[in-house]
Design a protein around this ligand. Structure first.
Ligand code: PEP
Ligand code: MN
Length: 625
C-alpha cells in the first residue's frame, strides 16, 4: 500500500501514521516522488484502505499491484539515476563498463584499464572472487585482486566494480571498490542480498540463469528493503535450449523492465553469448532497445586469459564498438560521451565563486526545449540551467562569466546552418570546447484528454513547423501560429481552455508542462539531427581534441582559397565542413568557416597553422574539442 501524504501534513500527524503502521507489523519507507511525499505500508495486506484514507494528513491510498513494491514504478515514477563513483547510471548518457573477466595481475589490470578508458569506458570491472563452474578453474586473486582494483582506480580515475560472492567479503569490498556485483548464481542468495542492502554500496544485480523478471525484481526488493536503492539491473542471458550461444540474451527484458521499474538497466552481452563475434551485434541492439549501460569483457591477450577468453573483445574491437554506440545513441535520444570522466572530475573540483554558479549553462528558450535537452545530455542532470531569450544574450552571459558554458545550435541536417551563431562566434572571443548531436523528434501535444479531431490551431517554432509540413498538410483547416521556441508553444496551450489548441514540441516539454502526446514522430524526415556546440570563455583542457573549427578570409585573387585547401590536402587533414558567410560591411567578401579533423592547438599542428596563417588575410581559431 502506498500512502500519498497531504502537502500540509504536520510532523505529529506523520509520526502518528508511521508509528501506527509499524505497530501493525508493516515495513515503512518514505520517499519524495515528483513533488509528492509517499509512505509505504508493506507486508500487511489486511489494513483497511478506507481506514488509511480517513487518517488526518493522508490524501490518497493506492494499492501496489506487483509483488515488488519499492522497485516498482508506482513507488518511484521517474527513472532512478544510480551513482557509481563519479558516474551516474541511467538518464540520457550511456555508461560503458569494461574490463577483464578476472584480475590476473597488476600489469594485466592496468594495461586493460588504460585501453578501455582510451576507448570510452567510464567504469572498470574485473573479478577478484570468481564463481567458476569447476573447482579446478582459476578462482581469482581474492583480496590481492581488490587491492589491484583500487590501484587501477587511483591511476586511471575509473570507478571500479567487482563481484561479491560471500558475506564475509563485505568489509574488504567496502574498503576497496565503488560497487559490488551480485552474480547470476547468487541472484537468489537472500542473505547476501540483505548484506549488500546493508552495505549501502551500489549493486550490479545480475539476472539468474533461469530466473523470471519478477523473481529478479524481488531480489532487487530484498536489497531495497534494507534501505539501499542504488541498484543497477544487469541482464546477462538466460538458459534456453539453444546451444549456439552460451545463453540467450533476453533483450525483450529491457522494455519490460522500463515499464515495471525505475531502476537502470545494464546489458552484459559477453556472458550472454560467450563468443567474441556475437558481443558487438548484441551490444548495439541493446542500446537500440533502450539499455542505459553496457558491460563488456575486454582482454589484451584473450588467448592466455585465465577465464572467459573466448568472449573477451580485443581492445581495438571494443574501440570500434564504442564508436558504433556513439553513432547509434542519438537515434534513441541518448549520448555516448567520450569526455564523461573528465567532466565528472571537473564537477567535483569546481567551486562556487561569489554569486556566480560555475555550473550555470546558458541556452536558448526555456526548460523543455531541444537546447535544454542538449545541455542535460552534455552536462548531466545536475547542471544549473540559465535560459536566455536570444543568442546574443547567451554569448554575453558566457563573456561576463554569468554562465560557465553555453550550448548553441550550429546546424540542422535538414534546414542547414544557424547563421546567427556563426556570426556571433566570429564577433565574440569565446571558444568551442565540445559538440553533440541530438536527434529531433517532434510530437503533437495537447491538453490531457485532447484528440486529433478536437484540434483547430497548432502552435510551434518556425523550424518545427517546417519540419512537420507533410503532417500539417493533412489538416488544411488548422491555423498555424509560430512562436519563439517549441517549449513556449507547449506552455502556451496550458493557458487555453478546451481541447482546440495543440503544440509541436519535445516529449520532455509535454511531460514538463503536464500535457499529453497526441501523435509522435510527426517530422517529415526522421533523419533530423541538430548539431550543438558547447562554448566557454577559455579553451577546454580535456582530452586531446579530435576536431577543430577555424574561420578565415583570403585575398581577392585567383586560387587564394585553393592555396589554403591545398595545405589540408598535403597534410592529410580531413575537412568535414566548409561554409562561407558574408563579411559584414564589406559586400561580396566572405569569411570561410572550416571544421577539421585535427587538433590545431597541438604541437604537431603548429607548422601547419603557420603555413595557413601565411596564406590568409585573417584567421581565428574558434576552438578545438
Ligand atoms: C562475471 O560477470 O564475470 C560473471 C561470472 O557473470 P555471471 O554471474 O553473469 O555468470
Ligand atoms: Mn566472465
Amino acid at each position: 500500500m502506498i500512502l500519498v501524504l497531504d502537502k500540509n501534513i504536520t510532523k505529529d500527524q506523520k509520526s502518528h501514521i508511521r508509528n501506527m503502521l509499524v505497530d501493525r507489523g508493516c515495513f515503512v519507507h518514505e520517499t519524495d516522488d515528483s513533488g509528492r511525499n509517499l509512505i509505504s505500508a508493506l507486508g500487511k495486506s489486511n489494513i483497511d484502505v478506507a481506514f488509511l484514507k480517513s487518517l488526518p494528513g493522508v490524501e490518497d491510498v493506492t494499492p501496489v499491484s506487483t509483488p515488488f513494491k519499492l522497485a516498482s514504478r508506482q513507488w518511484h515514477s521517474a527513472d532512478t539515476l544510480v551513482p557509481l563513483g563519479n558516474v551516474m547510471v541511467g538518464g540520457e548518457r550511456i555508461v560503458i563498463i569494461a574490463g577483464p573477466c578476472a584480475i590476473e595481475s597488476r600489469d594485466q589490470a592496468l594495461t586493460i584499464a588504460r585501453e578501455v578508458k582510451r576507448y570510452g569506458a567510464v567504469v572498470f570491472r574485473g573479478g577478484a572472487y570468481k564463481p567458476r563452474t569447476s573447482p579446478y578453474s582459476f578462482q581469482g586473486l581474492e583480496e590481492e585482486g581488490l587491492k589491484i582494483l583500487a590501484e587501477v582506480r587511483d591511476q586511471t580515475g575509473l570507478p571500479v566494480v567487482t563481484e561479491i560472492t560471500s558475506m564475509v567479503q563485505a568489509d574488504v569490498m567496502m574498503k576497496y571498490v565503488d560497487a559490488v556485483q551480485i552474480g547470476a548464481r547468487n541472484m537468489q542468495n537472500f542473505e547476501l542480498l540483505k548484506c549488500v542492502g546493508r552495505m549501502g554500496k551500489t549493486v550490479v544485480l545480475k539476472r539468474g540463469l533461469a530466473s523470471t523478471i519478477e523473481e529478479w525484481l524481488m531480489s532487487a526488493e530484498y536489497i531495497m528493503s534494507e534501505g539501499n536503492d542504488r541498484i543497477i539491473l544487469c541482464e546477462r542471458g538466460i538458459r534456453t535450449f539453444e546451444p549456439y550461444t552460451r545463453n540467450t540474451l533476453d533483450l525483450s527484458a529491457i522494455p519490460v523492465l522500463k515499464k515495471l521499474t525505475h531502476l537502470p538497466v545494464l546489458i552484459d552481452p559477453s556472458h550472454a553469448t560467450g563468443i567474441r563475434e556475437k558481443v558487438s551485434p548484441m551490444a548495439r541492439a541493446a542500446i537500440a532497445a533502450g539499455a542505459d549501460a553496457l558491460m563488456i569483457e575486454v582482454h589484451h591477450d584473450p588467448d592466455h586469459a585465465l577465464s572467459d577468453g573466448p568472449q573477451s573483445l580485443y581492445p581495438k574491437q571494443f574501440g570500434q564498438l564504442t564508436r558504433d554506440i556513439y553513432v547509434i545513441a542519438p537515434v534513441v535520444g541518448k549520448q555516448l560521451d567520450f569526455d564523461y570522466l573528465h567532466k565528472a572530475a571537473g564537477d567535483s573540483n569546481r567551486q562556487d565563486v561569489g554569486t556566480r554558479s560555475p555550473k550555470a549553462i546558458a541556452f536558448l528558450g526555456e526548460l523543455g526545449t531541444f537546447s535544454h535537452k542538449a545541455c542535460l545530455q552534455y552536462f548531466g542532470e545536475n547542471m544549473d540551467a540559465d535560459p536566455k531569450q536570444n543568442f546574443r544574450a547567451i554569448f554575453e552571459a558566457v563573456k561576463s562569466g554569468e554562465a560557465a558554458y553555453a550550448v548553441i545550435p550550429l546546424e540542422n541536417s535538414l534546414s542547414g546552418s544557424i547563421h546567427e551563431n556563426y556570426d556571433l562566434l566570429l564577433e565574440y572571443d569565446l571558444q568551442i570546447v565540445g559538440e553533440l548531436t541530438l536527434r529531433i523528434v517532434h510530437y503533437l501535444i495537447g491538453r490531457p484528454g485532447a484528440h486529433l479531431e478536437d484540434i483547430r490551431r497548432v502552435i510551434s517554432a518556425g523550424p518545427a513547423v517546417q519540419q512537420c509540413r507533410q503532417f500539417l498538410d493533412r489538416f488544411p483547416g488548422w491555423e498555424v501560429i509560430t512562436v519563439n521556441a517549441t517549449a513556449s508553444a507547449v506552455q502556451e496551450i496550458t493557458h487555453n481552455e478546451g481541447y482546440g489548441y495543440a503544440a509541436i514540441g519535445s516529449k520532455e516539454a509535454a511531460d514538463l508542462y503536464g500535457m499529453e502526446v497526441i501523435e509522435e514522430g510527426i517530422e517529415t524526415n526522421p533523419m533530423n539531427f541538430t548539431r550543438f556546440a558547447v562554448i566557454a570563455a577559455a579553451p577546454g583542457t580535456g582530452r586531446a581534441a579530435g576536431k577543430s573549427s577555424l574561420v578565415y578570409s583570403v585575398g581577392n585573387q585567383p586560387g587564394s582559397l585553393y592555396e589554403t585547401l591545398k595545405i589540408f590536402q598535403e597534410n592529410h587533414i580531413n575537412l568535414v565542413k566548409l561554409e562561407s558567410r558574408p563579411i559584414h560591411g564589406r559586400p561580396w567578401q566572405y569569411m570561410f568557416y572550416a571544421d577539421l579533423e585535427a587538433d590545431v592547438r597541438s604541437a604537431e599542428f603548429a607548422p601547419i597553422l603557420d603555413h595557413l596563417i601565411s596564406k590568409t588575410d585573417y584567421l581565428k581559431i574558434l576552438g578545438s574539442y
